[in-house]
Write a protein that binds this ligand. Structure first.
Ligand SMILES: NC(=O)C1=CN([C@@H]2O[C@H](COP(=O)(O)OP(=O)(O)OC[C@H]3O[C@@H](n4cnc5c(N)ncnc54)[C@H](O)[C@@H]3O)[C@@H](O)[C@H]2O)C=CC1
Ligand SMILES: N[C@@H](CCC(=O)N[C@@H](CSC=O)C(=O)NCC(=O)O)C(=O)O
Ligand SMILES: [Zn+2]
Ligand SMILES: [Zn+2]
Length: 370
């Protein structure tokens, strides 16, 4: 057992509390990580809000980390002490039906226990005053020390700065991957991106990489437009500037609709708007945003009958252990400009401010330094 400073979510809708928790040593097939830095993603706020049907409390949130292997459990072969890794909320066992299918990144080897806040053996490695604390998304990166299954870490180049490449643990990879892997945007395509947070701006980078001809960036916070233009948006649209549905505006702007749209907010009305912004006959809309418990999407089936496609993307369709090292390389060469995303850095003691900044629309990503 070791002591670890952690931000604990004791209850939904309450600020995180910084306390010293106990962390048990890794069991067989597990690794103990020292988290160097962690981004704060909207999904952490979503779970803390109580809207996540899988939200369990008390738990240690955080899933966008950069870490160093401190100890390995029995039988661990793919990493050694001292390796630099990115924790994966989407593991890659390379053995389950999903991994072997070659059709998805959604490894299911440990999904059931992960969704219950537990390690694969059904127990937790965290406790506080003798009471169990649950894991979150299998990563719990808001703790200086955390324990993960070996299949849930991507080994990366030791030269890469962990306080930057941590963003590849979720937001940046999700946005880029959704465009390149899920949608497979091609040169000359038109793209509309709904929501310009960490995910939407990363989708924008993906669209630029794919050589999209027109990239329409949509947000109700015009403060996001400057960075969107800097990253390559050709048009910035604020739905509040129009007195008609945003999908009508986008369809008119693009001679019938875009080839691809991406919903990066988690709002079911905008998921509909994103689909209905697509071109008849071939337009495809990708849902990335996570909607709260009980929320459902709707559209006229005629939208699909007439050729539009609705799909979703988790972690950008990226197989973490295999593909994340190449994302790290792209960040190292500057092809993925991580600095642009890091609007704030702070210590763990200030983590609640990171949530405030996100809710106020003042940050793209805050990175917590341990
Ligand atoms: N599918 C996946 O694998 C992942 C999904 N997510 C989800 O993606 C979504 C976005 O995450 P972040 O970028 O971190 O959030 P964020 O809070 O940084 O950005 C959201 C953006 O949406 C904008 N927005 C809010 N309401 C709007 C409206 N009505 N019209 C237009 N724009 C609006 C905000 O101004 C903000 O710029 C969240 O739902 C998150 O849970 C995040 C990571 C991975
Ligand atoms: N727990 C939620 C679902 C949350 C969700 O959709 N998570 C995304 C990643 S969001 C990262 O910031 C994801 O990858 N989902 C795949 C999965 O297997 O969870 C709920 O129950 O609604
Ligand atoms: Zn995330
Ligand atoms: Zn698997």
């Amino acid at each position: 057992m070791i002591k670890s400073r952690a931000a604990v979510a004791f209850e939904a809708k309450k600020p995180l509390e910084i306390v010293e928790v106990d962390v048990a040593m890794p069991k067989a097939g597990e690794v103990l990580l020292r988290v160097v830095a962690s981004g704060v993603c909207h999904t952490d706020a979503y779970t803390l809000s109580g809207a996540d049907p899988e939200g369990i409390f008390p738990s240690i949130l955080g899933h966008e980390g950069g870490a160093i292997v401190e100890a390995v459990g029995e039988g661990v072969t793919s990493v050694v002490v001292g390796d630099h890794v990115i924790p994966l909320y989407t593991p890659e066992c390379r053995q389950c039906k999903f991994c072997r299918s070659g059709k998805t990144n959604l490894c299911q080897a440990i999904r059931a226990t992960q969704g219950k806040g537990l390690m694969p053996d059904g127990t937790t490695r965290f406790s506080y005053k003798g009471e169990p604390i649950f894991h979150y998304m299998g990563t719990s990166t808001f703790s200086e020390y955390t324990v993960l299954p070996e299949i849930s870490v991507a080994k990366i180049d030791k030269q890469a700065p962990l306080e930057k490449v941590c963003l590849l643990g979720c937001g940046v990879t999700t946005g880029i991957g959704a465009v390149l892997n899920t949608a497979k945007v091609k040169p000359g395509d038109t793209v509309a991106i709904f929501g310009l947070g960490g995910i939407g701006l990363s989708a924008l980078i993906g669209a630029v990489k794919a050589k999209a001809a027109r990239i329409i960036a949509i947000d109700i916070n015009p403060a996001k437009f400057e960075i969107a233009k800097q990253l390559g948006a050709t048009d910035c649209v604020n739905p509040k500037d129009f007195d008609r549905p945003i999908q009508e505006v986008i369809v008119d702007m693009t001679d019938g609709g875009v080839d691809f749209s991406f919903e990066c907010i988690g709002n079911v009305q905008l998921m509909r708007a994103a689909l209905e912004s697509c071109h008849k006959g071939w337009g495809e809309s990708v849902i990335i945003g996570v909607a709260g418990a009980g929320q459902e999407i709707a559209t006229r089936p005629f939208q699909l009958v007439t050729g539009r496609v609705w799909r979703g993307s988790a972690f950008g369709g990226v197989r973490g252990r295999t593909e994340l090292p190449s994302y790290v390389d792209m960040a190292q060469t500057g092809e993925i400009p991580l600095d642009t995303f890091i609007t704030h850095t702070m210590g763990l003691e200030d983590i609640n401010k990171a949530f405030d900044l996100m809710h106020e629309g003042k940050s793209i990503r805050t990175v917590i330094h341990f």
